[in-house]
Design a protein around this ligand. Structure first.
Ligand code: SF4
Length: 198
């Protein structure tokens, strides 16, 4: 069975689904089967809520102050398990919860799910990936045609709903594109995290 919880650089991550509505050119899933201390992040079948809870019960959270939903898939594609397991972790571990997301959940679910997320999640990191809709479509190859404006709207709606909201990009983008992403973030008053590509 694949790892549901794994650690990487002193953080603990929840890998609750392999489903995703994008097919990013740079997705780590196409290069390797695991990250950090995980053995394998490909689930043979999607973990049930009970299995996620069992993984949480078996994990020693001591020393970790944040649980990050990330993994080998888009966590909001498994929305019910995301919400229920985050509530469980919060109650049992009294831990902060972060969601790393592609920001397309409102398109995927055809409704605004931010109020549901905000009940159990403290902070959200939205992968911006590109400075224009055209570039975004090219790089992330999403299921939707209007993905880029939808992710911008998701981030704007999220801004008032969580303790912290940020955009993230990787530092392999050309300098001009990084500047443009910074402008997009600044215009919306959202912090831009520039991650090292690894
Ligand atoms: S959104 Fe994340 S999991 Fe989905 S293809 Fe892109 S990098 Fe991979």
């Amino acid at each position: 069975m694949a790892d549901i919880l794994y650690t990487y650089k002193n953080q603990v991550y929840a890998n609750i689904t392999n489903r995703c509505d994008c097919n990013c050119q740079f997705c780590i899933r196409s290069h390797k089967d695991s990250v950090g201390e995980a053995d394998n992040l490909w689930h043979k079948s999607e973990p049930t809520l009970e299995e996620i809870r069992q993984a949480m019960d078996a994990f020693d959270f001591k020393g970790y102050d944040e649980l990050v939903y990330c993994g080998y898939g888009e966590p909001t594609c498994a929305l019910d398990n995301l919400l229920a397991s985050a509530a469980y972790a919060k109650e049992k571990q009294n831990i902060k919860i972060r969601l790393n997301t592609n920001g397309l959940a409102n398109l995927y679910h055809k409704r605004n799910i931010i109020p549901e997320l905000a009940k159990v999640i403290d902070s959200v990191s939205v992968s911006l990936n590109a400075p224009t809709a055209e570039k975004y479509q090219e790089v992330t190859r999403p299921q939707f045609e209007n993905a880029f404006p939808a992710l911008l709207e998701f981030a704007e709606l999220a801004k008032g709903a969580f303790e912290h909201v940020q955009f993230s990009i990787v530092d392999v983008l050309p300098e001009e594109e990084i500047k443009e992403c910074q402008r997009i973030a600044d215009e919306r008053g959202i912090y831009l995290k520039i991650r090292k590509f690894s």
